[in-house]
Ligand binder design. Sequence first.
Ligand code: ZN
Length: 235
Amino acid sequence: MAKKTKRRRAKGMGKKGQIKRTAGRKSAGARAKARRRAAPPKTITVASVNQNRRTIDLKGLLLLEEAEKYVYEVGGESGLKIFKYLVEKGVVEESHMARELGVEKLNTIRKELYKLFSRGLVAYVRKKRGKKAWYTYYWFANPDILIAALKQEYQDEIEQIKKAIDLNKVEEYYICPVCNRVYDAKTALENDFKCSNCGNILTHIDTEKVLESKQERIRELEKKIAYLNTFIKKK
Ligand SMILES: [Zn+2]
């Protein structure tokens, strides 16, 4: 039985779903080795990763709608899927990840991973296997970059709103009640207080209300920043 299995392996006739990237290019021994390498790691032996990894609640971080959006903008749908998977699993060997996510080619998942890696959202450690010159890659999600990017995003928006508030204090605005177009006082006067789009009479914007909603948004953003800070403190 053992002999049969060995011969099967030597011919490269692995079970369905196994990584076939080496087929035709590498020796039978290398293919068998590649399959052994592809086995899910029982324990993560790359101690430095675990030591340096922060024990932060990454799932909690993903609760921020902007967090998902940010990852999506970097890696697209598949990138977000990979990122969420790594958040869930921790440190994962790449061919194991490919199998679990149903990605047939290792190169495909590598391309996705490098997209995220180029922006610092994931990182890896590699480990040499045996005497041969290739490495096994272990990937993990890297929250630091995401936290910093989101914080910057929130702070930028607060700055923008504050500028708009200053402007609102000195300027009068008018709005079309039908198509909601906003006009500054000068344009409204030039248009005879009529909407240039639909001709309706413009109404004066209640500046107090506008300011209040802007202040509310600032408070919301400040809460989000405070939430982000809780992740930074949990070192
Ligand atoms: Zn209008």
